[in-house]
Design a protein around this ligand. Sequence first.
Ligand code: FPP
Length: 245
Amino acid sequence: MPPSRTAPEAAAPQDRLDPSKMPRHIAIIMDGNGRWAESKGLPRVAGHKAGVESVRETIRACSDLGIQALTLYAFSTENWLRPVSEVNELMRLLGWVLETEIRELCRNNVRLRVSGRLQGLPPALISRLNEAVRDLSGNTGLILNLALNYGARQEIVDAVNAALASGGRTLDEEAISSHLYTAGLPDPDLLIRTSGEMRVSNFLLWQIAYAEFYVTSVFWPEFRKSHLVEAIAEYQTRRRRFGAV
Ligand code: FPP
């Protein structure tokens, strides 16, 4: 037989992953939008806009890989300290993404949750979020958890107050966990931060007690499926001992 002229099919990046050792929940600190934009002589908001494509690709990749939950740190309680024009643009962008991506999210069987003090967000964004949560509620695939107006210390304070209000006099771990914004989700197994910074930045402080931390120097707007697969591959090499030997 003559040799085949068709090139052998390239291995998909995820083929190197062990399906039996996938993280159930991945949390991402999407950092470096501003620096990415500045490195290209663009305004900072151009970095946030470019970051939307990374969000899209990451959601699709997590769905394809059968990840249960993906939490994205989209806006922290500290981000209000940014210039008003940048905050407004971020809010507008989030609303626009929810409006334009809803069909694609539905096609990918994605459910939506929001973690944070929602009441502090612009009313139009709150309605859009509530609508999107409702529209996607019948899906059964990836849970996309958007951390918005989110701060982990505030979350713990809110959880403790809610647990006390529900009649608890002495609280245990379960009482607090079950009142966190993330109640019902598995704790993140893998926490990814882009742009090389080695900080936790008030993100999921309770839930990441035993998460594996992965930092990449890639700025968020350049983060692609191959980077996600790299992070998961590294996670799969870690020996998780949860404090035991
Ligand atoms: C951090 O980069 C990024 C943010 C504060 C916002 C992230 C938002 C998006 C990617 C927009 C779309 C999001 C969703 C969920 C649709 P930075 O501005 O702090 O970067 P820097 O450290 O380089 O200044």
